[in-house]
Design a protein. Structure first.
Length: 484
């Protein structure tokens, strides 16, 4: 069915509601901002006047039948999928719902170990058993890439009873796997393909970007429009193609965990972002690619920095590459990526997405400009003069998959004890430990804690990295199972 992607049914309904100046005796309690005047003065009255609750004219996310339903249908059409569901708890809720829609307790799911924490939490919620694939790694950059078709073939051969294959498109740094061929292989063996597309929401809208998973035949994908598509933080979409997974099953799963008080600010921003991408995406993303390519060219002239890009295509785990991910290796500068991250923020007022041991990552998207890119380039030039020193001989980063002893769900619910991190070698972790961003666990519940993991966590602590998900916020102690 031909759609008019210029339409914004939910946003229009919200504007119509606002124009009527309804007297509210429902929630939220701030009553169009009057109850929190200090906040209203800062953000603007109109923002709070459209922060409203579900009502007949505005539909309901739990069972959409009017304007939300129409907005979701437009979203599905924009992404070449059969169905779309709005998400107001980020792509994390979409990833968890994908896994729960396919796997029941004890079912196997094939997935790369460099998955986001939301996938691990999806395993805990569903009771699924992970069959981890070792992602390909790049020793020069010290990062995990995509997975090979061959590794998926081997995993399927050994686990023909798996229910699904879970993929990432792209990785945080922009690498994609051969999604099309992996989908063919999985479907041949009766397995659904679920894709975490948190960082690929823009792929569908420019021919020079990697392909979007739904176009390549995936069964479900969760996309973070708030990351690269322009919608408000926490707003995402879950996409579904008919066949392996029933639409009503997905709706039921979503309603298990999704709020009944979905934010209309978030949902209407999805409506507007979808319209912009569908009607102006080629033009907007052409500009984004132009400024990103210019940035790479200029940064690679600066001593101490290497802005990596499409030259990685063809290396293990890199089928294609998203140029809007501006990854910059800082090894030659003589500092860590963690340090470069802090320097850019504290000395140059520039916030990049993340730093790791060897790199920083700047995400360039629909809201960036030549001015913002110029500021980054000039800051890096100045850093090159101030910090250029001897190349650091970094210890090799442990990127191998940890040993799984107990399933994530069983480990999560098992009795645990608290031990000092330094004494945890050989123990089975009862919690996840990760740096955020990127939110990829170093160790998850049920995995063996090795000496390398302890050393790496201590290194992250010394680098003042943000560590999350542990009961002890300072990670001096860790929760472990009472067995070895």
């Amino acid at each position: 069915m031909l759609q008019n992607q210029n339409k914004t049914p939910l946003f229009d309904a919200l504007k119509e509601y606002h124009g009527k100046q309804v007297i509210p005796f429902d929630v939220p309690g701030h009553k169009h901002g009057k109850g929190i005047p200090e906040f209203a003065e800062f953000v603007g009255n109109k923002v709070l006047e459209i922060d409203v609750n579900s009502m007949k004219p505005l539909d309901n996310i739990s069972n959409p039948i009017s304007v939300i339903k129409e907005a979701e249908e437009l979203m599905a059409g924009a992404y070449c999928s059969d169905h779309a569901f709005f998400l107001v708890n980020g792509t994390s809720s979409g990833v968890q719902s994908m896994i729960m829609s396919v796997c029941k307790p004890g079912d196997k799911i094939i997935m790369p170990r460099n998955a986001h924490k939301s996938a691990i939490n999806g395993l805990i919620l569903s009771g699924a058993i992970p069959i981890y694939i070792q992602p390909e790694t790049c020793d020069q950059l010290g990062i995990a890439m995509g997975i090979s078709l061959e590794s998926v073939e081997m995993a399927i051969a050994k686990n023909s009873d798996a229910k699904a294959v879970f993929l990432i498109n792209p990785t945080y740094y922009g690498a994609t796997s051969n999604i099309k061929e992996i989908v063919k292989l999985a479907h041949k063996h009766g397995m659904a393909v679920l894709v975490d597309e948190a960082h690929g929401a823009h792929f569908s809208f420019h021919k020079e970007l990697p392909s979007e998973a739904m176009e390549l035949g995936a069964d479900m994908a969760a996309v973070s429009l708030h990351k690269t598509g322009g919608s408000l933080t926490q707003s995402s979409a879950l996409l579904l193609n008919e066949g392996f997974i029933d639409k009503n099953t997905v709706k039921t799963i979503l309603n298990l965990t999704q709020t009944t008080s979905a934010s209309y600010l978030l949902m209407s921003s999805l409506d507007i972002a979808r319209k912009m991408l569908a009607t102006q995406g080629e033009e907007v993303l052409s500009r984004v690619l132009k400024i990103t390519r210019h940035a790479r060219e200029e940064i690679n002239k600066i001593n101490g920095f290497y802005a990596f890009g499409k030259e990685l295509i063809g290396q293990p785990g890199v089928f294609d590459f998203d140029e809007t991910k501006l990854g910059i290796n800082v090894t030659e500068l003589g500092i860590t990526g963690f340090e470069a991250y802090d320097i850019l923020r504290d000395e140059y007022n520039i916030q990049v997405e993340l730093g790791d041991v060897l790199n920083i990552l700047a995400i360039v998207s629909v809201g960036d400009s030549e001015d913002s890119i110029r500021a980054l380039i000039e800051a890096l030039k100045d850093m090159s003069l101030k910090y250029k020193g001897s190349k650091i001989n970094y210890a090799k980063i442990a990127l191998e998959n940890p040993q799984i002893i107990v399933s994530p769900r069983d480990a999560f619910y098992a009795r645990k004890k608290l031990v000092k991190l330094e004494e945890a070698e050989g123990e089975i972790s009862g919690e996840s430990i990760m740096a955020y961003p990127p939110g990829i666990p170093i160790v998850t519940p049920g995995e063996r804690i090795s000496k390398e993991i302890i050393n790496y966590v201590n290194f992250l602590k010394n680098q003042h990295s943000m560590l999350t998900d542990t009961e002890d916020p300072y990670v001096e102690n860790v929760k472990v199972l009472g067995i070895r």
